[in-house]
Design a binder for this molecule. Structure first.
Ligand SMILES: Cc1ncc(COP(=O)(O)O)c(C=O)c1O
Length: 394
């Protein structure tokens, strides 16, 4: 066999999202792009903010020595300082340059964190439903994913997480605002989680890291604020990205922020810097680091996504769909009418409306709609959603 068995297995079980992407491409070719309502991929369609475009133009035309050169593996000092100042405000804990490592997106950042903390056979607790790549990322570094159920409204179930923890647990990975549910965990939940992890770390004799994957932190609605992690647990690591809030996922920029009071802080950060290099990322993209150093806090207008959320939610509710409205992100995760998500998705495809079955996120019985598509596409899809619920509920 030419390729590794585990990769062959992974390819065979490859994510539903990829499969839907391929099916979408095929249907668009067959029926014309404008006739397919594709709600499968989280590829933001909004233009990056004007401030991003202006700053990028300025930097491109400026004369800077080694503008496109290598830099220290953790990133440019001025970028790390600028991110640290922003994180200090956001997390409610003074955070210095040393805590920040610039990465190739959140995906790169998570791989760096996991490579740094995992010994073979260690586990990471993940909450269901979860971002499909987590299992691959954890296995990349010899770890094992252990699942914890969430509550009916997709809030974390602290008891379920506690039950999933044992001596092998290196960390708990949370994602808020959540892909695929749009749930924003309330401050009380984060506080309770921090207290429980403190107690379990003492019990197991091992510091359990709380890793928070937060690429949607700025895409929230109705005045919601994503509560800080640092203010609630010292052994915490935030992984963030500019993919969604600046609408630049192809540019691959994110960062890791390590709590300044995390145990073994120097080794943890130095280990991550080494891993950023030896995973082959070497460093995060230079040009993008130069841009974000000057525009911390800038984001796309979440109001545009809010309008789409409301359009979708009001119409799906009218048609009889059952869901918890998302507090953030551009995802909606309703129950599949009839209960079988894979069958529901196939029925919807008959009307050229594409969504991803919840099974792909570890949650059969649900399906995910991505609303980074135009309001016209959303409006065109309602006839298909009406057809599918009528067919499966009759
Ligand atoms: C929850 C979550 N984590 C991480 C990522 C990876 O993002 P990035 O483009 O920053 O690597 C995504 C992308 O969709 C995501 O939804």
């Amino acid at each position: 066999m030419a390729i590794a068995k585990n990769i062959k297995d992974s390819m065979e079980n490859s994510s539903f999202i990829r499969k839907m992407f391929e099916l979408g491409a095929q249907l668009k070719k067959q029926h014309g792009e404008q006739n397919v309502c594709d709600f499968t991929l989280g590829n933001p369609d909004l233009e990056p903010p004007a401030k991003f475009q202006e700053t990028l133009k300025d930097i491109v035309s400026e004369k800077i020595p080694l503008k496109h050169g290598y830099m220290a593996n953790a990133g440019f000092p001025e970028t790390r300082r600028s991110v640290a100042a922003y994180v200090s405000k956001e997390q409610g804990v003074p955070t210095a340059e040393k805590s920040i490592i610039m990465t190739c997106g959140a995906g790169g950042g998570l791989n760096v964190v996991l490579k740094t903390i995992l010994n073979p056979g260690d586990t990471i607790v993940v909450n269901v439903p979860y971002f499909v790549e987590y299992n691959f990322y954890i296995r990349n570094h010899g770890g094992e994913m252990v699942l914890a159920a969430t509550r009916d409204d997709f809030d974390l179930d602290i008891d379920a997480i506690e039950k999933a923890i044992d001596k092998r647990t290196a960390g708990v990975l949370i994602n808020s605002p959540n892909n695929p549910t749009g749930k924003v965990y309330p401050e009380q939940t984060i506080r309770d989680l921090g207290r429980m992890l403190q107690r379990k770390s003492a019990e197991t004799g091992r510091a359990i890291y709380l890793i928070s994957d937060e690429p949607y932190r700025k895409i929230v609605y109705d005045g919601l604020v994503v509560p800080p992690l640092f203010a609630n647990y010292a052994n915490s690591i935030v992984v963030n990205s500019y993919s969604k809030d600046l609408s630049i996922p192809g540019e691959r920029l994110g960062y890791i922020a390590v709590h300044p009071a995390a145990g073994d802080f120097d080794n943890l950060v130095d280990g991550m810097i080494l891993c950023n290099r030896i995973l082959g990322f070497v460093n995060a993209p230079a040009l993008m680091q130069r841009v974000v150093a000057k525009i911390q806090g800038v984001s796309v207008d979440a109001e545009l996504y809010r309008r789409r959320r409301d359009l979708l939610c009001s119409n799906l509710a009218r048609l009889g769909y059952d869901f918890t409205p998302p507090g953030g992100t551009f995802y909606l995760f309703p129950r599949a009418p009839g209960g079988n998500d894979v069958e529901f998705v196939k029925v919807l495809q008959e009307k050229l409306v594409l969504v991803v079955p919840g099974t792909g996120f570890g949650a059969p019985g649900y399906f995910r709609i991505v609303f980074c598509v135009s309001e016209e596409t959303i409006k065109r899809s309602f006839a298909g959603f009406e057809y599918a619920i009528k067919k499966l509920k009759s």
